[in-house]
Design a protein around this ligand. Structure first.
Ligand code: NDP
Length: 281
């Protein structure tokens, strides 16, 4: 397929808020039923984009979904939800075809994807069984690959440039104190490296792909770990130069930046948003 050709002016006369706008686009988010994915869904709508949330759960949390719909209404935007297991090629292909169709109907083509679905399991390496290890790799790495691949295939087919954001983790850069998890850490390093590799292949099509690597955020994922070991929270907070955990809202602007024209010359990059954790590691 012939590469998409994008001609960019050398100097943009546009304003920064316009560069960060997602107007006229549909953006999909895996793991979009809650946590970080849901926060990014709100941010997409706040930035003028239509959003398609995908997740394993049959439905998103009612109150958060109602809030998202409320945000959409006055802006004439849509938020849709579909059940999709990121480890299934068939489900991903079908869902992306449906998002493309909806995008055309809304006059807002499908351009961008945030691969946020992920799982975590804290198990000492001596007790880790290989099936559990492989399950983490399957969802976090293969799932991110399947998500990126079917997105890129659609964009190449339509000769449309786009931006793919893979949510990795600072755990891809460091072996965290208080959260030894060999499978999770391996998976997030793999996502960062896979991103660089896909960027090499897809730059010719005008498709950008970057990782966003968060530090510790208060979500169901971390709350579960902290419920089992509350003393770990102090270690996490001490590890960040800012001395605290993040809220999901603190990832809205970094995610929108990577999706938008504001980052038009970025691909194969890792944006770490970790309160300085890795700087002190
Ligand atoms: P949550 O557990 O709150 O949300 C993750 C979502 O992904 C869940 O709704 C989950 O569904 C879904 N999911 C899991 N497996 C699949 C699958 N096979 N197909 C589709 N969806 C799936 O986690 P967070 O919001 O905290 O995390 C989001 C991302 O950010 C993850 O990739 C995580 O690794 C990463 N991250 C999180 C950090 C944190 O401190 N919270 C720090 C660094 C990175 P279900 O509940 O049904 O399993």
């Amino acid at each position: 397929t012939a590469p998409a050709v994008e001609t960019k002016p050398q100097y943009s006369l546009d304003t920064v808020p316009n560069m960060l706008s997602l107007r006229g686009k549909t953006i999909a988010i895996t793991g979009g039923a809650r946590g970080l994915g849901m926060a990014v869904a709100y941010a997409v709508v706040e930035s003028g984009g239509h959003v398609a949330c995908l997740d394993l759960l049959p439905a998103p949390s009612e109150s958060e979904w109602a809030g998202l719909q409320k945000l959409c209404k006055p802006r004439n935007l849509t938020a849709t939800y579909a059940k999709c297991d990121v480890t299934s090629e068939a489900e991903m292909e079908e869902v992306i075809n449906a998002i493309e169709q909806n995008g055309i109907e809304n006059g807002a083509p499908f351009y961008d994807m945030v691969a946020c679905a992920g799982i975590q399991q804290k198990v000492p390496a001596l007790d880790y069984n290989s099936q559990d290890f492989e399950r983490i790799l399957r969802v976090n790495v293969t799932g991110a690959f399947i998500t990126a691949k079917w997105t890129a295939r659609k964009l190449v087919e339509k000769r449309r440039p786009g931006s793919i954001v893979l949510i990795a983790s600072m755990s891809g850069n460091i072996a965290n104190r208080g959260l030894t998890c060999s499978a999770y850490n391996s998976s997030k390093s793999a996502v960062q490296q896979m991103c660089r590799s896909l960027a090499q292949e897809w730059g010719q099509y005008g498709i950008r792909i970057n990782t966003l690597s968060p530090g510790y955020i208060r979500t169901d994922m971390t709350n579960q770990l902290l419920a089992a070991e509350p003393e770990v929270e102090k270690i996490w907070m001490a590890g960040a130069l800012l001395g605290r955990l993040a809220t999901p809202d603190e990832f809205k602007a970094p995610a929108i930046f990577l999706l938008s024209e504001g980052s038009s010359f970025m691909t194969g990059a890792d944006l770490r948003v970790d309160g300085g954790h890795c700087a002190s590691a």
